[in-house]
Design a protein around this ligand. Structure first.
Ligand SMILES: Cc1cc2nc3c(=O)[nH]c(=O)nc-3n(C[C@H](O)[C@H](O)[C@H](O)COP(=O)(O)O)c2cc1C
Length: 389
């Protein structure tokens, strides 16, 4: 057993769990495969030196114009030793901006700003893909420059959103006409092209966490009666069309998709397991022939039936993230590596620019500071220390 690869501490962690499973994965399966966490892998046209992928993490550090500046360059450069960096969610159109101070990929200034980020990451030996996300109804007209908030159906999220003027109730979105959908897809395509011009190594389409693409998948947010709603195949249709269009435009080997079935956040509820399985099975069947670079799945039980079926149905590289409820640990990551080609890690990468080294060598970790996740400036952003020696 090649235990030196992953560090003594983690192996003790597995041995002590005592139940024979970690994150739902039998230990014998973990021991068989998890040594791969720090080994290289090729995904799409990218060679990763290790399988620890930085999750997309919104940090709200760009200006109101959405142009990433010097501290954003520093933040991503610091994390160049990750196997792969996924950028924070980036809007493809002003109508799709979800957060205050979120970066965009719409204007020449956005592209130039991101070019400085990707150049810095590449100069330090890293790889970075852009997560392109449309907010759907998870926004407010204050953040979209007065543009109408749109979604599959005219159903508001129950709750409030942070705007530049303080917290506001989520608005009732306008239901998109079927005839408008090609122009939304074109926004995703153009932003993906812009991402490559900006030097990104690929694009991850954000189909998770209740934003526009996920709103089409979830029955609670999609109550359409046309060909984009009503059945599993219909709910999956818009996401499949978007992924195909982007893959056609930039190459399937540069196209990734993130999904989070049953995550049940921001009003995108998937509470009927039969419906959920049917919807996501239709989705993976639709995208499987494309030969995408990777399907990134956020789910708290990756060894359960649903994710195993989706993994098999997709047939290509799968990346897994065990999710929000607890912060991913090294033991979680090693357990998940039994099922995945790579492991997606959020808050530990946020707080530890040198996470791969720390995990591999069994070093202590910095703790993430929740209070500064979405604030301005370098505090809680670029000031997390590297391991000293
Ligand atoms: C501060 C913060 C910002 C996030 N922003 C995004 C985002 O822009 N896009 C996305 O798909 N997920 C986002 N997520 C979810 C993370 O990618 C990840 O799934 C989550 O943090 C769980 O993984 P972890 O336990 O390793 O942190 C965010 C999470 C946090 C904590």
């Amino acid at each position: 057993m090649a235990r030196a690869v992953s560090g003594d501490a983690s192996w003790r962690g597995i041995a002590f769990c005592g139940l024979g499973v970690v994150a739902g994965v039998p230990i014998d399966r973990i021991l068989e495969k998890s040594v791969n966490l720090f080994s290289p892998v090729t995904l799409g046209d990218l060679d990763l030196p290790n399988r620890v992928v930085m999750a997309p993490l919104t940090r709200s550090r760009s200006g109101r114009d959405g142009v990433p500046g010097d501290i954003v360059v520093d933040y991503y450069r610091q994390r160049a030793s990750m196997g792969l960096i996924t950028s924070e969610g980036i809007y493809p159109s002003f109508a799709g901006q979800a957060f205050v101070r979120q970066p965009g990929l719409v204007t020449d200034e956005h592209i130039a700003g991101w070019r400085r980020v990707t150049d810095a990451v590449h100069a330090d030996g890293g790889r970075i893909i852009a997560q392109v996300m449309h907010s759907g109804r998870v926004t407010h007209s204050d953040k979209t420059g007065g543009r109408t908030v749109v979604a599959p159906s005219a159903i508001a999220i129950d709750g409030e959103t942070r705007t530049y003027e303080g917290k506001e109730p989520y608005p009732v979105p306008r239901a998109l006409e079927a005839a408008e959908l090609p122009s939304i897809i074109e926004d995703f395509v153009q932003a993906s092209r812009n991402a490559l011009v900006a030097g990104f190594d690929g694009v991850e389409l954000h189909g998770a966490n209740g934003y526009l693409l996920h709103e089409f998948l979830a029955p609670s947010s999609n109550q359409r009666s046309d060909e984009y709603g009503g059945s599993a195949q219909n709910r999956a249709r818009f996401v499949i069309e978007t992924v195909k269009a982007v893959a056609d435009a930039i190459g399937s080997e540069k196209t990734w998709l993130r999904i989070s079935p049953e995550h049940n956040v921001q009003g995108a509820l998937e509470t009927d397991p039969i419906v959920t399985e049917a919807t996501y099975s239709a989705l993976v069947a639709g995208i499987a022939p494309l030969g995408l670079a990777g399907l990134s799945i956020l789910h708290k039980n990756p060894s359960g039936d649903l994710i195993q079926k989706l993994r098999t149905g997709f047939g290509g590289p799968v990346l897994l993230n065990t999710g929000f409820e607890t912060i991913t640990t090294l033991d979680d990551a090693m357990a998940v590596a039994a099922w995945a080609d790579a492991v997606v890690v959020g808050r530990p990468a946020l707080a530890n620019p040198d996470l791969v080294r720390r995990w591999e060598q069994g070093l202590p970790l910095n703790e993430p500071d929740f209070a500064t996740f979405y604030t301005e400036g370098p505090v809680g952003y670029t000031d997390y220390p590297f391991w000293a020696n």
